[in-house]
Design a protein around this ligand. Structure first.
Ligand code: NAD
Ligand code: GLY
Length: 366
């Protein structure tokens, strides 16, 4: 007998929605959608790795609730988060007769969710959209908060929108098919929440790292629901990243995006780059006297125990700095970083001396 699902509410006025975290819930996707929208037609967008069995289960659930279902399958990988693939999906939806009564259902990782959300936000000026995340990273991060979009060839996430889903349906059973490396990459974002928002959660992660790596269902469910709650709280207070609060979610990401751009997308998984990025950010904070070496060492130890990379690879420093200068947090040409002051608290800090950033890069974050 499955436990009842855990519900996390994201309160955004008329755009409020629930995140339902449970086990064996894909087959109930039809009821989940029907409870939120009077839709007669669903377009499921998924990728080839997730199509069978997960998206097929969602399709069966929607059909049993009386919806007509079309399934659009994209190629897995970051390259699919592009304008040409979005255009292909728009064309297909036009051929399928999708209209304002249709609902778009994203079944997959962050690539599928960001792309399908962008297509939903833009087709016919906006269709209702449901997220069914199937990677840990998507469950704890990308499916929550309404940031949707695609990459330009030289700039990640550059074209997009804020488009909140009408609901997020998380079935932790889907993680059974997720490769270990992808699971660990998702754990990097979970650690991020502890560092930036909740020292008690960080301590819980220190005590339960092995259970998480061994995919203990109760530990995973708690880590997912608590991460969703923490992210939801931030999104509720700064939905459109206007006050600087939501920017705290980008802890480690200035370095991470530069690593991804410099090494080429695909060398590191996003969560792996975030792990190294958090190490770099802690080193920078330490050089600024904001945290002590105990902070950096606890963060480093936890990430290493979770099997995540913690050392900066050999990267040309000037290329890293150039990539950082294209970060969306750059304001009036000044680099800004999300930096910790203690476990559970970070701040957005500007006017940072470039020589300090260089020294972190030169020392390989060690
Ligand atoms: P992904 O979508 O590429 O999925 C990773 C891999 O796992 C893919 O090969 C996918 O096919 C496969 N997969 C997915 N679910 C599976 C399952 N249950 N079993 C087996 N294989 C499965 O990557 P991701 O890590 O989920 O997401 C990364 C993307 O998310 C990036 O594009 C990043 O920019 C974006 N992102 C967005 C936000 C946001 O707020 N919108 C936040 C963080 C990350
Ligand atoms: N992943 C960062 C954000 O959602 O704002």
């Amino acid at each position: 007998m499955n436990e009842p699902p855990t519900l996390v509410r994201v309160a955004l006025g008329r755009a409020s929605y629930d995140i339902e975290i449970g086990s064996g819930s894909l087959s109930r996707a039809g009821d989940f959608v029907a409870a939120r929208r009077k839709a007669s037609h669903a377009v499921i967008i998924t990728d080839e790795h997730v199509h069978s069995p997960h998206a097929e289960r969602v399709a069966a659930g929607l059909i049993s609730a009386g919806l007509t279902v079309d399934l659009l399958v994209i190629e897995p990988g970051e390259e699919s988060k592009s304008v040409p693939v979005a255009n292909h999906l728009w064309q297909k939806m036009l051929e399928l007769g999708a209209d304002r009564k249709s609902v778009v259902v994203a079944v997959g990782g962050g690539v599928t969710g960001d792309l399908a959300g962008f297509v939903a936000a833009t087709f016919a000026r906006g269709l209702a959209f449901v997220q069914v995340p199937t990677t840990l990273l998507a469950m704890v991060d990308s499916a929550v908060g309404g940031k949707v979009g695609v990459n330009l060839p030289s700039a990640k996430n550059m074209v997009g929108a804020f488009w909140q889903p009408i609901g997020v349906l998380i079935d932790t059973d889907t993680l059974a098919t997720l490769p270990d490396r992808e699971l660990r990459a998702g754990l990097a974002e979970v650690v991020k929440y502890g560092v930036i928002l909740d020292n008690v959660f960080f301590e819980w992660l220190e005590r339960n790292a092995e259970l998480l790596l061994n995919r203990d269902p109760a530990a995973l469910r708690y880590a997912i629901s608590h991460s969703c709650r923490l992210k939801g709280d931030v999104v509720e207070r700064d939905e459109r990243e206007e006050t600087g609060l939501r920017a705290v979610l980008n802890y480690g990401h200035t370095f991470a995006h530069a690593i991804e751009a410099t090494m080429g997308y695909g060398e590191f998984l996003h969560g792996e780059a975030v792990s190294i990025g958090m190490i770099c950010a802690a080193q920078l904070a330490q050089r600024l006297g904001r945290v002590d070496s105990d902070f950096s060492s606890r963060q480093q130890k936890l990430l290493a125990r979770l099997g995540l990379p913690t050392a900066l690879p050999g990267i040309v420093e000037s290329e890293m700095l150039a990539a950082m200068s294209r970060d969306k947090k750059v304001e009036f040409g000044q680099l800004r970083f999300v930096l910790p002051t203690r476990l559970g608290h970070v701040e957005l800090v500007g006017r940072i001396d470039q020589s300090l950033v260089r020294s972190v890069l030169q020392d390989g974050a060690a």
